[in-house]
Write a protein that binds this ligand. Structure first.
Ligand code: SF4
Length: 135
């Protein structure tokens, strides 16, 4: 159980959802991408300190900056882009995209505290309220 959770964090996801064709699709949020970057960065830094301590090659420490970029920051940034694409798709393809209860950063319906997807609208449209009438 905890191994799956760690793998989810390392892969910038909070779980999976089933597509219409039955395939599973990973769910990424801004929070899961940020947490994944932090965890990966911590692992790279721990590895860097261990390697430098064992080999005593401080002159190679700049290599770990590339590892930090390639192993944590760049993949996290790509996942964040995927997250933005997903939000855009949800906004275009579901009723929740125009609802005032939809929380974009977490992809949650606030009253139901559930994730929204193309195939799953928690309220089935009954509690929809337009965003533009919120203020
Ligand atoms: S209240 Fe209904 S329409 Fe609005 S975000 Fe939640 S599930 Fe979607």
């Amino acid at each position: 159980m905890w191994r799956e959770k760690i793998m989810d964090i390392l892969n910038f996801r909070i779980g999976t959802e089933e597509e219409a064709d039955g395939s599973l699709h990973p769910i990424v949020t801004s929070g899961s991408a940020a947490f994944g970057i932090l965890l990966r960065s911590a692992l790279v830094m721990a590895l860097a300190f261990a390697v430098i301590a064992i080999t005593e090659r401080r002159d190679l420490s700049w290599l770990f900056l590339f590892m930090l970029w390639g192993g944590a920051v760049y993949p996290g940034w790509k996942q964040y882009q995927a997250f933005e694409q997903r939000i855009k798709k949800i906004e275009e393809e579901t009723i929740c995209g125009s609802c005032k209860y939809f929380d974009e950063p977490s992809q949650l319906c606030r009253p139901y505290d559930e994730h929204v997807s193309k195939n799953y609208i928690p309220c089935e449209g009954k509690d929809w309220e337009a965003k533009k009438y919120e203020k």
